[in-house]
Design a protein around this ligand. Sequence first.
Ligand code: ADP
Ligand code: ZN
Ligand code: ZN
Length: 744
Amino acid sequence: MRFADIILPLSLPKLLTYAVPDEWAETIAAGERVEVTVGHKAYTGLVREVHTRAPEGFSVKMIAALLDSRPVVNEKQLQYWEQLADYYLCNVGDVMKAALPAGLRSAFTPKTEICVRLHPSITSEAQLLDCLNGLRRAAKQEELLLRYLSFADGVCFDRPHETPRSLLLREPSSATALAACIKKKILEQVTHEIGRLDHSAVATKELPALSAAQQQAFGQITALFDARKVALLHGVTASGKTEIYINLIAEQLRRGKQALYLLPEIALTAQIVERLQHVFGAAVGVYHSRYNDSERAEIYRAVPSPYRVILGVRSALFLPFDNLGLIIIDEEHEATYKQFDPAPRYHARDAAVMLARWHAADVLLGTATPSVESYYNALAGKYGLVTLTERYHRAPPPKTEVVNLLLARRKQCTDGLFSQHLLEAIGDALVRREQVILFQNRRGYAPYLQCADCGHIPHCTQCSVSLTCHRQGPAMRCHYCGASQPVPAICPKCHSPKMETKGFGTEKAEDLLQIHFPHARIARLDLDAVRAKDAYARILGDFAQRRIDVLVGTQMITKGLDFDNVSLVGILDADGLLNFPDFRAHERSFQLMTQVSGRAGRQQRQGRVIIQTSQSGSPVIQLVRRNDYREMFESQLVERRAFRFPPYTRLVSITLKHASEDVLRLASRQLRARLAPVMGERLTGPFQPMVSFIQGRHLLCFWLRLERSSKAADIKAFLKKQIDVVGKQKGLSGVEIIVDVDPM
Ligand code: ADP
Ligand code: ZN
Ligand code: ZN
């Protein structure tokens, strides 16, 4: 008897074992999908291992069906899944859920179409006429054949035209006529899988010729690859990193290898895919979560052929590569590379480095503002560092001015959001028909509403945050749980009619700006503005075509956009970035401000950046102004070392959630009691996170700081065990315990 261990798309700590029916005993293999039942429910699972070790202690169930004749997941992928589950402290089933497109998790039947064509035995005009003559007495069949010929529009006998059966059969009765023609060997039917994907892209461009500086960087990168090192390309915005990537990919294809190009966000794929298709044509495939289940399943099946270059977001790491030569992680510093929820809570950059090892593939991390971790790895010699300091068109870096909002307010040179200085600069740009980008880190109209009489601020009932005011719809919304309600006309507490909006969101910035510049064409780019399908591409398209003068937006406008008529970038409220209580706040605000500044001034012209802040003395502001990455990095390292944060330690966060604060406190006391004796100083907590009540549940957190040198695997195994024990205790089973390795 043979048995198979099955991975199920469930968060189970162990694989389940099933018996293999005799008829499949010889053929079943790891990586094939099977149907099995758990309880009384049917699931599609994946064979991990076939063996003869009979499980003891329970009667083993049979596999109900074998769904594949060859594996859909290869051995490298399976081992990679296990590695991720180990590293990120989750179950292989969690990884399977993230890795295998849902279209493959259920039985995926490809979409097919039945077509009708001339029978291959008919090879000449004369034969065809004979057939037609023979059908004189069968009017319906004759009509059908003539109808086929009318679709065929001239007959080619080598490759007869194929007409979809549904088009040919106008009325049900003609099905009988078709059956007769097929029997007489005049017509035949063929079934095709129909792709939902377009494979028609044709390469139209030569490889870009690299400038001297780019050529040098390219040489350094390939030398690092030859030395089997991960390369970190620190290149200023518009230095031509993308052109270097394209050259590196071409090199891989020449060697018959596959390449994976990761981007932090779906929105960015649209611009890059064109650049790639110009050079690599139909070999380029795109993979992200905006595709529906069956489309994703189809792309999955198109790797590695015809898709040898994959452009995608983090989930593209799970495609069935069999000969990967290169992984590029563009904008490697982006926090969106980290999956927050659900497990596996993996960081695509680090997961890419792990994947590359299975294929002995090269890894290139590219960015204008490296993460502290990656830069540290580069300086420590673990990665290699390559630097590009000049823009391709040799435009000087933008000139950065800082407006002190405290002074502006005192001199009444501001309407609360726009300083006089910034307004003048916007006016100047508009007069010269140049475009402007304004960055405001909060969406909505105003961050909160407040009663002018009693000071009451409406909060979400399910979360400990204030409700954000929006211009439209049920206008007060919780940005944590999505709950919404109308704006109250009177204060719910003291019934005063003086409810006032406080602070500024992107919507209010847009409104105010329109008052200052009634003739300017202003648009907004934030999460609310891009909810409609294709809205993102449309807004960016309009901006690129200069149908928009000023674009106001959140983080969304900071990423990878390349417009050559933007002469001014304004950061409306840098304070909001600086005051975030997070050990990465300085790093992040430096990255954000530098990235958004990079949008100013393309080609030969110098751009202008204006930062508004009430903390003009803040070191981060000064560093952005001087464009001094190195200094930012050094100062951050000092802090990280002092407070034992990454890159000096590995951080693991543990979050407990429950509706009852008492239960939560009990659970966290128990967890602490179990962990503290072993972890000692490495454990901090429980403490309340900044937002400590979300969607009706209270939160408590712990942090573990593991030494870089420590045997992380042992500690993690211990941790996992303790968490399981606490979670199973009486009265605590409802407590959700979330472990996040390398939290962002
Ligand atoms: P980055 O990725 O570093 O921001 P890009 O690769 O987008 O920079 O390059 C910025 C601009 O300069 C793009 O419009 C790009 O087409 C152009 N460019 C860069 N390098 C070259 C090159 N070697 N040949 C032609 N155009 C280039
Ligand atoms: Zn009030
Ligand atoms: Zn809420």
